[in-house]
Design a protein around this ligand. Structure first.
Ligand code: NIG
Ligand code: FE
Length: 418
């Protein structure tokens, strides 16, 4: 369907608009997903032009408008996955088995596995090979109802290989983040300072010049990049014009959340080990926490204190962290299920965190994340009658038709939804 065409989406059992103030949602606002029962909307030139009840919209449907009948199903904004490492070569299924048998993520990394094993495979892959596997994973995102993906580099760890990854991220039209400081590569073992210099002096300026990334991220962990190293990298990035995201307080109380507040980062991600004082600092500095419960599920550690963060007024975001090691899932519905069952978020809170708040966290809150006039028509028809079922029925794919910019990007057939 060409984006210029005009059409109406009618007969939405629940049109979950997530409409509201033009900013990320906090505290009780997270509970309001602004459902229109029996809703409809008009799409024009790839954007939403009207949203309302079926009877209100009916009057605005013109002769010649195409009709998409949602059949009483739930319609939601597309999920915005604000933290992934979605371009990589190979898998780490061998390490998965080792972890099942008792080895820890840190032990495997210490022996040269983990991120560094994916780096070796990714360096050996061509740009086109990475694009091919990347496109396969993009189709996985789509079929689970995700329409926008942030993706980090970080499996190249040389100037040339980081640029190669970022070019693929650009070709996939993901929100690009430079994560050159993801791990210390084999050739710099024992010389973290030397690698930090390479990131600051060569990689950051080259990535910025080529306009290949909007954000700079660092894996801030005492055994990888400690707070002083992370601060140096992120200050250099900020001076160039990058915005900041940080892998913080994941495996230890790394001080990453304090650094995120100090640097006025856009997001602090993971936060499984954050302390109460860190939560207060993030709140004061207006940093959005990005929680990654599928990573916790895979590694078997503690879930981040989501309720404390909501109570402190943080504009919480949920994401998959899709990567071949700590979170091999692209599924936001699975993340929603974990957020509800393990972090005690309500389905509505989880949906706000996975749509509108996530959109603001990637700098696109004015364009996507909710179904409101003027926004891009990124929406998903889910095969259910109540939006809470998306978090409740675990392990199935409810997304039936996925639209991006008003165009059908994915569809599968299902029986009439009774
Ligand atoms: O977010 N913690 C660092 N980075 C990823 C893991 C990447 C990998 O294991 O390949 C994460 O969990
Ligand atoms: Fe990550």
């Amino acid at each position: 369907m060409p984006a210029s065409s005009r059409y109406a989406v009618i007969n939405c059992g629940q049109l979950v608009t997530v409409a509201g103030r033009a900013r990320p949602r906090v505290r009780d606002e997270l509970k309001d997903v602004a459902v229109v029962d029996g809703g409809a909307m008009i799409i024009r030139n790839g954007c939403i032009s009207a949203v309302g009840t079926q009877s209100a919209i009916q009057r605005q449907i013109a002769d010649g408008d195409r009709i998409i009948d949602a059949g009483g199903r739930v319609v939601l904004p597309g999920f915005v996955d604000a933290h992934t490492h979605a371009v990589f070569a190979g898998t780490r299924v061998d390490e998965f088995e080792l972890r099942v048998e008792g080895a820890t993520y840190e032990q495997i990394a210490g022996k040269g596995g983990g991120i560094r094993s994916t780096v070796r495979k990714t360096r050996a892959a061509s740009e086109d090979e990475l694009l091919e596997s990347g496109e396969r994973y993009w189709r996985w995102f789509l079929r689970t109802g995700t329409t926008t993906v942030e993706a980090k580099s970080g499996y190249g760890l040389s100037l040339e290989d980081e640029l190669k990854l970022l070019r693929v991220i650009g070709r996939l039209r993901y929100v690009p983040t430079f994560l050159g400081a993801h791990e210390v590569p084999d050739e710099f073992r024992g010389d973290t300072a030397g690698y930090v210099r390479l990131v600051i002096e060569e990689m950051l300026p080259a990535v910025w010049r080529a306009r290949l990334a909007e954000y700079c991220d660092v894996f801030c962990e005492p055994t990888v990049f400690d707070v002083p190293s992370a601060r140096r990298i992120l200050s250099a990035a900020k001076n160039l014009g990058f915005q900041i995201r940080i892998h913080a307080d994941q495996l230890s109380r790394s001080g990453g959340s304090d650094l995120a507040a100090e640097m006025e980062a856009t997001t602090a991600d993971h936060l499984e080990r954050i302390e109460d004082s860190g939560i207060e600092k993030l709140a004061r500095a207006n940093v959005q926490p990005v929680l990654l419960p599928a990573c916790v599920y895979t590694l078997g550690c503690e879930f981040a204190p989501a309720r404390k963060m909501i109570d402190a007024g943080l504009a919480l975001v949920l994401a998959t962290d899709f990567n071949p090691g700590s979170s091999p899932t692209p599924s936001m519905p699975f993340v929603l299920s974990l957020a509800c069952t393990q972090m005690r978020m309500t389905p509505a809170e989880a949906i706000c965190a996975a749509t509108v708040n996530a959109a603001y966290s990637v700098g696109r809150g004015a364009e996507i994340g909710s179904l409101e006039p003027g926004k891009r028509a990124d929406f998903v028809i889910h095969d259910c009658r109540d939006y809470r079922e998306i978090a409740y029925f675990a392990g199935i794919e409810s997304a039936e038709s996925v639209y991006i910019g008003g165009e059908l990007a994915y569809s599968r057939k299902s029986q009439p939804c009774k």
